[in-house]
Unconditional design. Structure first.
Length: 101
């Protein structure tokens, strides 16, 4: 039974990882903002890692999921800090232009 569960979890994790790449690329292409696309990619990669843990709860799978969580946290903190660095103190940020002029 565990062999079947490992195979199914591996296939699902691979599918979720592929969907993560696609969703991240679509988010980047549509918003042109890596600060929006990276969390989408990393959240789905974390989901893939957690699904893989259901089938094979070994140390390698656990460390992979933990590494994705750590990267997600570090990149998120870096993007938030970088966003604050680009704003001028005392002046509200300029609104982004969307749509037709």
């Amino acid at each position: 039974m565990t062999g079947v569960l490992e195979q199914v979890a591996g296939l699902l994790a691979g599918g979720i990882a592929a969907a993560a790449l696609l969703a991240g690329a679509i988010a980047l292409a549509s918003t042109r903002r890596p600060a929006v696309a990276l969390p989408v990619l990393l959240d789905l990669l974390l989901a893939a890692g957690l699904v893989r843990l259901a089938g094979d709860p070994g140390w390698a799978a656990l460390l992979t999921a933990a590494a994705v969580v750590a990267l997600r946290r570090l990149i998120g903190a870096g993007l938030r800090a970088g966003g604050r660095a680009w704003t001028v103190p005392g002046r509200p940020p300029t609104p982004r232009r969307t749509g037709a002029p």
